[in-house]
Design a protein around this ligand. Structure first.
Ligand SMILES: O=C1C[C@@](O)(C(=O)O)C[C@@H](O)[C@@H]1O
Length: 209
């Protein structure tokens, strides 16, 4: 199970690395001060692969700005990370970001539960500009969750699927068992409702092996 730990400051890296995450996600939209300096500082502190995410307010984050501003912020940071999360609304800038030598995690977050055909269309759209599609949805019922698990199992790989909210938080440990590339966790400050601490997710992962 590839465990991503989301962080919002360079100060927690020393604590985070002890849990040996597969990736560290740097949530740029939740950070203060000079973002480039902080990403450089994180890069100097660890060799663990980094994901840079500047999450829009529309998709659950705190960034408020147009796609050009998003690119001006993320562009200089890309060379210091391994993967950049690019929401569909910013996809026009994906070629420029990719030219920095990183993989694109093409993401879409919705408070809805798309039907299986809709999930397939979202996947196709995300793959049109990204290396790994990430689809985060909000199941309302166990049947919704069954459909998401089946979609994940049957989808082309790599793919990342996850859920919003606390009701079905256990799906964060189940979806990777059916092919989701990553599961996201926290190291003290959740960046989304329902996240487990990386210590917990590591324990779950070890128990489910
Ligand atoms: O897209 C995701 C998933 C996430 O929202 C979660 O639900 O754990 C956490 C975000 O930091 C990350 O960019």
């Amino acid at each position: 199970m590839k465990i991503v730990v989301s962080v919002e400051s360079a100060g927690v890296i020393g604590e985070v690395v002890e849990y040996n995450p597969t990736f560290i996600e740097v949530r740029l939209d939740r950070m203060e001060g000079d973002l480039l300096d902080q990403v450089r500082a994180i890069r100097e502190k660890t060799v663990i692969p980094l994901i840079a995410t500047l999450r829009s307010r529309e998709e659950g984050g705190r960034f408020v700005g147009d796609a050009d501003l998003w690119a001006r912020i993320v562009g200089p940071i890309a060379r210091y990370v391994d993967i950049v999360d690019v929401e569909a609304r910013y996809r026009d800038h994906a070629p420029f970001i990719k030219s920095q030598g990183v993989q694109i995690l093409a993401s879409l977050h919705t408070n809805e539960m798309p039907t299986p055909p809709e999930l397939g269309r979202i996947e196709e759209m995300l793959r049109s500009y990204g290396d790994i599609p990430k689809i985060v949805v909000k199941p309302r019922t166990r049947e919704d969750l069954f459909e998401l698990i089946q979609f994940t199992h049957q989808a082309q790989k790599p793919i990342c699927t996850s859920i919003m909210g606390a009701e079905f938080r256990y799906a964060r440990a189940i979806l990777p068992l059916f092919g989701s590339e990553f599961t996201f966790s926290h190291a003290g400050t959740p960046t989304a409702e329902g996240q487990y601490h990386i210590r917990e997710m590591r324990q779950i992962s070890d128990l489910l092996k």
